[in-house]
Write a protein that binds this ligand. Structure first.
Ligand code: DX5
Ligand code: ZN
Length: 209
């Protein structure tokens, strides 16, 4: 499944979201940054709720924030498909994971390029999805770090697995031996004139999960 991030786009926020919503993407990837967990800050909770309360496609929310539970308590109202958190930004991990699941939302954990795939070992039965970061969180349009793919094999029989950051027509070649459940792509799609053309190009070059 292709999940499209609207962090970096040549269109306005509203327009980009509409274009993704009307495209052949499977999911809308929502990056939320608080200026604390990562240096950049993009939206307030109020803005994100307004931007996304009328979209048709399932939402794949990626929280790059300190203390995600505060955000999650509001975001559950959007009925997202997945909510993904970073464990190193989360003071009350067990409670946060359980809260997401209690709302019948898939529980995601993101693994930064410098973090080991084993950070999820303690929470094996509390997590549904692992998002392998192929860039350092904080900005769209960065270069794909192919070494992170070494984490896929350990994770793939245990969870749904996705990759996020720097996926484009060039870096896609690294994914050919790694069937992934979700591939996030942002600027490659949103900086283009034809979202579907780019989504289909990625799909065509990805192995079947
Ligand atoms: C990075 C974000 C990614 C990013 C993807 O902090 O989590 O989702 O926006 O965008 P591209 O594909 O441009 O790297
Ligand atoms: Zn993301």
């Amino acid at each position: 499944m292709i999940s499209v991030s609207f962090l970096k786009s040549k269109y306005s926020r509203e327009e980009t979201i509409k274009l993704i919503d009307n495209s052949d993407a499977s999911l809308i990837h929502v990056d939320l940054m608080d200026g604390e967990y990562v240096p950049n800050k993009n939206f307030t909770l109020e803005e994100i709720m307004l931007l996304l309360n009328k979209t048709k496609k399932p939402l794949d929310i990626h929280l790059m924030v300190k203390n995600p539970l505060i955000y999650i308590k509001e975001l559950v109202k959007l009925k997202p498909y997945i909510i993904t958190i970073h464990l190193d930004g989360t003071p009350n991990i067990e409670e946060t994971l359980a809260y997401i699941r209690s709302h019948h939302i898939k529980v995601g954990v993101a693994i930064n390029p410098d973090e080991s795939e084993h950070i999820v070992d303690k929470y094996l039965d509390k997590i549904d999805y692992v998002l392998i970061m192929s860039v350092y969180p904080g900005a769209g349009g960065q270069k794909f770090i192919s070494e992170v793919l070494e984490k896929v094999n350990y994770l793939k029989d245990k969870f749904l697995v996705g990759i996020d950051g720097g996926v484009n027509d060039e870096s896609i070649k690294y994914l050919k031996d790694y069937p992934l459940d979700i591939v996030v792509s942002g600027s490659f799609i949103c900086m283009s004139d034809n979202f579907n053309e780019r989504i289909h190009l990625l799909e065509k070059n990805l192995p079947k999960a």
